[in-house]
Ligand binder design. Structure first.
Ligand SMILES: [Zn+2]
Length: 223
């Protein structure tokens, strides 16, 4: 069941605003159609709430790109018997087109980390707050007030980025396993399409998954 919560702050007025809102509603409907539900055979089906930056040009992310990110995450998490299903989509303010500072990362989440789901914010340019002038493709973040993790993914991200960030949500640090999508070092082998989580990383995520379920940070989606 999808919940379309309107978080968009209207700045335009009248007919133009109505047209933009109609476009956004149509985009959300297209995304809903493009994203599959969990397979019945999976042991764990976990919910993702997508918060997609919306501006006067509509939503920042295309349905196909979102579907690719989700499909890759589901492929990489299959050895953990985990699948992700988008259980809700809402919009976040146009300022998400460029997230430059720690404060802006914090502000995205204000009042929005509700429910036992993983929150994923789709943003435009995402600056590296540690290295000025550098941009990154995704980050797993929490505010100073709250240790609940949430994910930011930039629309420039290649398909493995959501899976990598979800690895952080399940407790993984960056690693040096050649095979691993948690290894950020440039390397030729194995080729990108053969990379996934190392067996050791799957094993390390298992107790973390149990803990998040036990502590009711996340919950199984009813199939
Ligand atoms: Zn990382």
């Amino acid at each position: 069941m999808f919940v379309f919560a309107g978080g968009f702050c209207a700045v335009a007025s009248g007919a133009a605003r109505a047209d933009i809102d109609a476009d956004i509603a149509a985009n959300i409907a297209a995304i809903t159609t493009a994203l599959p539900a969990c397979e019945a055979a999976r042991a764990h089906c976990l919910g993702i709430q997508l918060h997609i930056t919306a501006g006067d040009a509509g939503l920042i992310a295309a349905p196909d790109w979102l579907a690719t990110q989700l499909a890759a995450a589901n492929r990489h998490f299959a050895p953990l018997d985990v699948e992700f299903q988008v259980t809700g989509i809402d919009t976040s303010p146009a300022s998400g087109a460029h997230i430059a500072t720690r404060g802006e990362r914090d502000d995205l989440a204000t009042g929005r980390l509700t429910g036992r789901v993983i929150h994923v914010f789709i943003v435009g340019q995402l600056d590296d707050v540690d290295e000025p002038g550098k941009v990154i493709r995704g980050v797993t973040w929490h505010t100073r007030k709250d240790d609940r993790k949430y994910v930011l993914v930039s629309t420039v991200a290649p398909e493995r980025v959501l899976a990598h960030e979800l690895g952080h949500v399940f407790g993984l640090p960056h690693s040096t396993y050649a095979v691993s999508i948690m290894n950020k070092a440039d390397r030729k082998e194995p080729p990108v399409e053969q990379r996934t989580f190392a067996d050791e990383e799957i094993a390390a995520m298992r107790p973390h998954l149990k803990r998040l379920l036990r502590d009711k940070v996340i919950a199984e989606v009813a199939k």
